[in-house]
Design a protein around this ligand. Structure first.
Ligand code: AGP
Length: 608
């Protein structure tokens, strides 16, 4: 969602802010702006709806200054227009602020400020911050921010500047991410590290309640009562080339093709051949505590929820532990029951998804132990969870999640192996799973080799307006994931179902214009899915099957087939999802969609 960047230092701020905003484009946005201070008592704000390239066009070529703030907006309150873009300024134009989050009590605050003579120029909740801080300002921006923070209800990550305080930026965090980057004689503030990675690897992750003040040489973190807060300086372990396209036309294609490596990284140092088990360092649970777990509940949303659903099948089948997957957005408001013998997981690529974060906090409030499975190091969920696992996918820039999904699965498979080996699973059975996991990178690489074939299929089918995705067992959530991928980046309507469910309703949708994509691995449900496929064919439905090399029967029934290599039946979710990612990708490209930044979507959804 909204992206924030701030800079203080010897270099020209305009270029650094625009570059930083460019790096944040992946978060999804509809307008952008910057405010640059000249260091001798003036600040200039430039903003517009549209993309960073539109902003670049209106930024005056002589906009000079060595400190400033910038923002990419993803509209929540108020339409997408120039006035609603950030930075917002106070009436004098001397104070500018950018905000990520939602101010829930802005109507009350705005009314009061208007009655005091403040004139608002936008429909946003964020503008209230500029006027409110200004109303408390008496020569020290830091003090004003500290007075304002307790009055604001909602979530915020803000940074602000004042014309009378050249070379200084003040930031505050409550619920929306803010990171400080420490350079050599320069400082950065941003909503995520990608905006500053080109300049520094040293960062401080701010926490809720933190206020930060920076100039080019120093920073200070404190709370609203002005107590100093010591923060740990951490190193970014991502490489700059990981947030670049590396010769691929889009980030999504790059990330799909990275999966053999990202899967391997998610396994590194975690598989134990001597004991035929897995070790997950960050769980913070003793063997005794793990043995006392009688059920597992996994909470997530979107693609991460589909990974959770796969795990719910896996835990029950392999570890014989009852397991449920629940949508994070629903958990928070259902007054969830926390059972003493249950272990809770939340899964989130970004570690910032509001629905998942709030669900986690609600579960923790009720006494649950919640472990996180996340990708972004230092993000809020891993910081607030009781332990967990990083999946080490590397930065996932495309809005559509691909490599994070397969790495989340790896972590969940590892946990299953660990739990099963502590219970009934024999050494030999454990070893079989372990060796199969080790073979995954090679198998996924074989599937990726079908990309050209899948592109041809996409060309044949991408004019269809509706698709069904059908699978069973472990591959039912994969069907849901295939449908989600297709709709989010190609805008083609798609629904996923359990193949068995279609005759209870969805089969009414079948006609020759609605293709069905069937997932048919050679598992124990193969025959049943083939019957479902025949039911669709009997009603003139077109069928694309994702099946296993050499399955002539499927080939003879389906209109088109994509083959994946034969594998252990537990591995098929990995092998089946890759063709679906590629199918969605090629359809979207053929339809000329913005694959990496699909309309209306944001990479990390930090509002409910
Ligand atoms: C995935 O392609 C989607 N863009 C989206 O559903 C995403 O998975 C969801 O918003 C959850 O994100 P998270 O994993 O960062 O929590």
């Amino acid at each position: 969602m909204c992206g924030i960047v701030g800079y203080c230092g010897p270099r020209p701020a305009t270029e650094i802010l625009l570059e930083g905003l460019k790096r944040l484009e992946y978060r999804g946005y509809d307008s952008a702006g910057i405010c640059v201070g000249d260091g001798v008592g003036a600040i200039t704000t430039v903003k517009c709806k549209g993309k960073i390239r539109d902003l670049r066009e209106i930024v005056p070529s002589d906009l000079a200054g060595n400190f400033g703030i910038g923002h990419t907006r993803w509209a929540t309150h108020g339409e997408v227009n120039d006035a609603n873009a950030h930075p917002h300024t106070d009436c004098s134009g001397n104070l500018a602020v950018v905000h990520n989050g939602i101010i829930e009590n802005y109507t009350v605050l705005k009314k009061k400020l208007e009655s005091e003579g403040h004139v608002f120029r936008s429909e946003t909740d964020s503008e209230v911050l500029a006027h409110l801080i200004s109303s408390f300002y008496s020569g020290d921006l830091e003090t004003a921010v500290k007075q304002v923070a307790p009055l604001v209800k909602g979530t915020f990550g803000i940074i602000c500047v004042h014309a009378d305080e050249p070379g200084r930026i003040v930031g505050a965090r409550n619920g929306s991410p803010l990171v400080l980057g420490i350079g050599n004689g320069e400082m950065f503030l941003a909503s995520d590290v990608t905006a500053m990675m080109a300049y520094t690897r040293q960062v401080v992750y701010l926490e809720d309640g933190d206020i930060v003040v920076v100039d080019s040489e120093s920073y200070r973190t404190s709370d609203v009562k002005d107590n100093n807060i010591e923060k740990k300086i951490e190193s970014i372990d991502w490489e700059l080339q990981e947030i670049e396209k590396g010769g691929f036309p889009t980030f999504m294609e790059k990330e799909i093709f990275e999966q053999p490596q990202s899967i391997e990284r998610a396994m590194q140092g975690r598989l134990d051949r001597e004991l035929a088990t897995a070790h997950l360092g960050g769980l913070n649970l003793s063997s005794k505590q793990l043995l006392n777990i009688e059920r597992v509940k996994i909470v997530a949303i979107g693609t991460s929820y589909h990974a959770a659903m796969v795990a719910s099948y896996l835990f029950e089948t392999v570890a014989r532990i009852p397991c449920t997957a629940e949508l994070a957005s629903e958990v928070r408001y259902k007054n969830p029951v926390v059972e003493k013998d249950a272990l809770h997981f939340v899964i989130s690529q970004s570690g910032e998804t509001a629905d998942t974060l709030y669900a986690m906090r609600e579960l923790q409030r009720k006494g649950a132990t919640v472990l996180g499975i996340c990708n972004v190091v230092g993000s809020t969920i891993p910081r607030e969870s009781d332990g967990g696992v990083y999946i080490h996918s590397g930065p996932e820039i495309a809005v559509a999640s691909t490599k994070a999904f397969t790495s989340q699965l790896v972590a969940l498979y590892e946990f299953t192996l660990l739990m099963a080996r502590m219970r009934h699973l024999s050494f030999e059975e454990g070893m079989l799973i372990l060796e199969n996991l080790e073979s995954l990178p090679g198998l996924v690489a074989q599937v990726l080799a079908s990309s050209d074939k899948i592109q041809k299929l996409a060309a044949k089918y991408c004019q269809a307006t509706d698709f069904l995705f059908l699978g069973r067992g472990l591959n039912y959530p994969v069907a849901l994931e295939g449908a989600l991928k297709l709709k989010e980046i190609s805008y083609i309507h798609a629904e996923g179902f359990s193949a068995a469910e279609i005759k209870h309703g969805p089969i009414a949708l079948i006609n020759e214009a609605t293709p069905s994509i069937f997932l048919i691995p050679d598992d124990r449900l193969r025959e049943k899915v083939i019957s479902n496929m025949k039911e669709v064919k009997a009603r003139e439905g077109k069928v694309i099957a994702v099946s296993v090399t050499g399955d002539d029967e499927v080939e003879s029934i389906a209109d088109d087939v994509v083959f994946v290599p034969r594998a252990h039946e537990l591995l098929y979710p990995f092998l089946m999802v890759v063709p679906l990612q590629l199918f969605a990708y090629h359809c979207a490209r053929l339809l000329n969609r913005n694959v990496d930044q699909p309309r209306n979507l944001a990479k990390s959804v930090t509002v409910e």
